[in-house]
Write a protein that binds this ligand. Structure first.
Ligand code: ADE
Length: 244
């Protein structure tokens, strides 16, 4: 999996690339990442990447030339251009499903904007997809690009030590994750549920599933509309809703 990140602030990625899972994945060559400062592709003698908007109004707009030239330089020798993703609050809301779909590509190009916005021709003619990480506005796309990369790399085979750990996450099952406990079995009088100490794998799996359902119903009932549930679980939910 390779990421090419186009940004005016490559230094923002230093901590992310040199720590934890991302570092390990890069050290093991499971993930490769390059940072491109698209200011280097400015055609302007002052290395300008933005300009005032046509029609007036405040703020600055990212010019098309540097971003087009940077993407073209990256893809000069590739037969099939990898998807170009723009980080933007106007994009499609990012989800686990989208992370899973993107993780099936071997290479992605991520554009991070700053300032007021992008010239519309970048959106229309360079970008394949706009992604928003939530309904709030960041000062730039860098944090969003890190969020997107982080959620994708953990799905790349071999990146997480324990292969099961990505599959049982919140959202991967369509539900929120069940409660987890570790030692001690009794902490300040707060005990671990007996079933988890029982060694009964089938009962534990049942309890966990039930807890996931309860937690999702309580916190994110919207997720239940699309979660894959058994007939028995649907019946239980209906009953729960009519009880309350
Ligand atoms: N850039 C600024 N705000 C953003 C958001 N919410 N998601 C993605 N990119 C952004």
């Amino acid at each position: 999996m390779r990421f090419d990140v186009l940004t005016l602030f490559p230094e923002m990625f230093e901590g992310f690339f040199s720590s934890s899972i991302m570092k390990r994945a890069m050290d093991q060559r499971l993930v490769e990442a390059s940072l491109v400062n698209f200011r280097d592709y400015s055609t302007d003698k002052h290395r300008m990447v933005d300009d005032t908007p046509y029609g007036g109004g405040g703020g600055m707009v990212l010019k098309p030339e540097p971003l087009f030239r940077a993407v073209e330089a990256l893809t000069e020798e590739t037969q099939v251009r990898p998807p170009v993703l723009m980080m933007s609050p106007q994009g499609t809301p990012f989800t686990q499903k989208k992370a899973e779909a993107l993780s099936r590509h071997s290479r992605l190009i991520l554009l991070c904007g700053h300032y007021e916005g992008f010239d519309e021709r970048i959106r229309r003619h360079l970008v394949d997809e706009e992604i928003s990480i939530g309904d709030y506005v960041l000062t730039g796309g860098e944090l969003a690009a890190m969020v997107v990369m982080d959620s994708i790399i953990r799905l790349v085979p071999g990146v997480l030590g324990n292969a099961g750990s990505a599959e049982e996450d919140s959202f991967s099952t369509g539900l929120l994750e069940y409660p987890q406990y570790t030692r001690p079995a009794d902490f300040r009088g707060w005990k671990v549920p007996d079933v988890l100490l029982s060694g009964h794998h089938a009962q534990i799996a049942r309890w966990r599933r039930q807890q996931s359902l309860e937690r999702t119903l309580e916190r994110r009932p919207d997720l239940l509309e699309h979660a894959p549930l058994t007939d028995e679980e649907r019946a239980w939910l209906k009953q729960r809703k009519s009880d309350s």
